[in-house]
Design a protein around this ligand. Structure first.
Ligand code: NAD
Length: 692
């Protein structure tokens, strides 16, 4: 059974960065966070960065019973304890809440740990425990033996917790306890995907300055420029949050070397040892932004002192850890995070809800809804299969979907709304060969072919993320993007290579665009695979139970001729009557399940730079609704849903337009170029549904 590290407060600023580092250093992690000062979006983004799911529990540490359940469900080898309220000013206003949450939460955590016999803990302490270290001579830079004298309730909670931990270790010397005293964490993850998300007015210098730069605040107030420093402003020790996160890995590694019988209680400062003034930081950030930012020097702030720089020698020598990143690095990363997420994780046009099947408690099972009130246009997408659950305009649904995840997990689900892969459509004999090597796949259709990726295709897996952002599209229109990732493992349904796939939705006030991108993971053993990705929504513009009466127009009437038994292309291109181009009204017997050919000379693996061509449109007289379909791909499957056999849904309740590559392309010498992906190459395509 794998051993896990529990990270309390793992959805928060420092916790989220530490979880990323832990996973990248090979640890398995569980996050416990009650989201009182954070958002689950941070966890979704951590998962997106590390490309693996992380068990998450929305539990308040003070809830002993719930916390105990979490600890009893996993094999846990240690805890990193970040969860706390942290605003110094607020702690002077509501001290009881601070003592209750920080000290009470820790007591509950320690009781649980004691009960289950987990005795390794890394605790987030703070330089605030030292109080005004300038009250002593020779204590700047501040060493760990500097006497403690916190000056506010927040700092006192840290001081108290340190003492509780010390007493626990004295009582049972097998505890291994690392006290990490942080100086001033700044910056963000270099990916721009996670960072500090100050809900309200930021208390700290850089988050405040970032909001000035993005236009959310008017100017920075500099509290006093008459201190004894090179420019008159106070000196602090600013540390990049990624360096700080790595300090936790160093502490865990250090403690693992300590014999359990010996135990340990030890404090370490995590700082750079290099002090910077307010103006040093201000100048570095202005440089990152590329312009001078407004500020005003105001009077000194009560309690501020000239210099609080760390002496990090103990951590440097014992933990073999050293801060490596500069203030310039921090400012660059913070600016990227700020420009890409000007409002942190807050987003007015987006909301998510749990979308769990029976007995399912996973936060992976979520439904994401984007709404444009102006056009009354609403789109809902689930992590499961990165599927489109609903597209609604003025109350009318244009796609078929289920109201619960159980429907999607039902064996008769005809791939409603889902992303399809690793290879959409059919592969003859469920086999192929690349570079002389043969592969056998799951035969999931007629005991002969492999359809839509087999029995455990993309539609039956959870995509990670999404990363949700508000953007302006090329035409300056507001849009929301939802970016999902999924790693399909080598051998799944017989396909070779670990495949990393991104499905990115862009939703604006009248359309839904989908971009697919796939590449073979760098550390994958196998280095080639076929790929063919699309979306399998069932559209209906009639506002009725079937598509009968819909008028359709396709860009082409050419299609791949197939055999009668297994619907595999013969290699010939045939033609439907021209009506399909000029306008065909679907009657009860107009039945299609064909690969229509848009372009017979496009053998590109990544078609995203091709024009987004209009390939199909569907409308209905009575409903007055219409959908236009666009794609960069050379073909699309047109299916009238004749195989739908599902309680509550009529046969032909929707039609599918599945832009993609030629059917069974991997088994055709020429067409194979459309689908055979090798390590270092990128598969890509785009499609768009526009609702009139
Ligand atoms: P943060 O507020 O971003 O993260 C703390 C997380 O703990 C949040 O996600 C919050 O929802 C969670 N949490 C709070 N109370 C909880 C409870 N009772 N049960 C479950 N979850 C709870 O703060 P941060 O900046 O990431 O700080 C992390 C830790 O580091 C804190 O303990 C803080 O005191 C300490 N610290 C922070 C700084 C700093 O400047 N950011 C400096 C020194 C020490």
């Amino acid at each position: 059974m794998s051993e896990y590290i529990v990270v309390t407060g793992g959805a928060g600023y420092i916790g989220s960065h530490t979880v990323v580092e832990l996973i990248q250093h090979g640890y398995k992690v569980i996050i416990v966070d009650n989201l009182v000062n954070s958002s689950y979006d941070a966890v979704a983004r951590i998962e997106y960065i590390v490309k693996q799911p992380i068990p998450f529990f929305n539990v308040d540490l003070q809830n002993y019973d719930e916390l105990l359940k979490v600890f009893q469900s996993y094999n846990i080898k240690g805890v990193i304890h970040f969860a706390a309220l942290k605003a110094v000013g607020e702690s002077t206003q509501i001290p009881l809440e601070y003592y209750e949450n920080n000290v009470g939460g820790t007591m509950s955590l320690l009781k649980v740990m004691k009960k289950v016999g987990v005795k390794t803990i890394v605790f987030s302490s703070s330089a605030t425990v030292y109080g005004d270290a300038t009250r002593f001579e020779n204590m700047i830079p501040i060493p760990e033996h500097c006497p403690n004298d916190p000056t506010n309730p927040y700092g006192k909670t840290k001081y108290m917790i340190e003492n509780i931990l010390k007493d626990m270790q004295t009582a049972d010397s097998s505890w291994r306890t690392a006290i990490l005293r942080y100086f001033n964490p700044i910056g963000a993850h270099p990916s721009g995907l996670i960072g500090e998300d100050p809900l309200g007015i930021p208390n700290n210098l850089l988050p405040y300055l970032a909001q000035v730069a993005i236009g959310r605040r008017e100017k920075l107030s500099v509290f006093g420029n008459d201190y004894k420093s090179h420019d008159g402003t106070p000196i602090r020790d600013y540390i990049h949050v990624v360096d700080l996160a790595k300090g936790h890995i160093a502490a865990l590694n250090y403690m693992q070397q300590i014999e359990e019988s010996k135990g340990l209680y030890r404090e370490w400062n995590l700082g750079t040892g290099k002090g910077s003034t307010v103006f040093d930081v201000y100048n570095a950030f202005c440089k990152a932004v590329g312009r001078q930012l407004p500020y005003e020097v105001v009077g000194r702030r009560a309690g501020d002192v000239v210099d609080l720089t760390a002496n990090p020698t103990r951590a440097n020598t014992e933990l073999k850890w050293k801060a490596e990143l500069s203030i310039e690095d921090s400012c660059r990363d913070l600016w990227r995070w700020t420009t890409e997420n000007p409002f942190g994780f807050q987003n007015d046009s987006y909301k998510w809800s749990l979308f769990q099947a029976k007995n399912d408690t996973s936060y992976l099972s979520r439904l994401h809804t984007v709404k444009f009130s102006e056009t009354d246009f609403e789109v809902s997408i689930a992590n499961y299969g990165a599927l489109i659950q609903d597209i609604k305009k003025k109350g009318q649904s244009f796609v078929q979907g289920f109201s619960s995840l159980d429907g999607y997990k039902h064996p008769d689900n005809p791939f409603f709304g889902t992303s399809v892969g690793r290879v959409a459509n059919r592969i003859s004999n469920a086999s192929f060969s690349i570079d002389g090597k043969s592969y056998s796949l799951t035969k999931n259709e007629n005991g002969a072919t492999c359809l839509h990726g087999g029995n455990n295709g993309f539609d039956k897996n959870y995509f990670l993320g999404p990363v949700v952002k508000n953007i302006k599209d090329k035409d300056g229109q507001a849009a929301t993007t939802l970016d999902f990732v999924y790693v399909d493992k080598d051998g799944n349904d017989g396909f070779p290579a670990d495949l990393v796939t991104y499905v990115k939705y862009t939703i604006d006030k009248v359309s839904v665009s989908v971009e697919f991108e796939a590449s073979i993971a760098e550390d994958s053993k196998a280095d080639a695979t076929p790929v063919h990705l699309t979306n399998h929504s069932y559209f209906n513009v009639t506002n009725g139970p079937t598509i009968n009466g819909t008028t359709v127009k396709a860009i082409t009437n050419k299609y791949l001729e197939v055999d009668d038994k297994y619907y595999i292309p013969t290699g010939k291109v045939a033609e439907f009557p021209k009506e399909l181009i000029t306008g065909l009204q679907l009657g009860e017997s107009s039945s299609f399940d064909n690969c229509l050919v848009v372009d017979q000379s496009n053998w590109k693996l990544d078609t995203r730079n091709e024009p987004l061509r209009p390939i199909f449109e569907a409308s209905h007289e009575n409903s007055k609704a219409a959908i236009k379909f666009y794609s960069t791909d050379p073909a699309f499957q047109f299916y009238t849903g004749d195989g739908v056999s599902l309680e509550g849904y009529e046969n032909r309740c929707g039609f599918c337009i599945e832009p993609g590559r030629f059917t069974d392309a991997v088994n055709n010498a020429e067409w194979a170029k459309q689908v055979v992906l090798r390590k270092g190459e990128v598969y890509g395509s785009k499609l768009k549904y526009s609702f009139v």
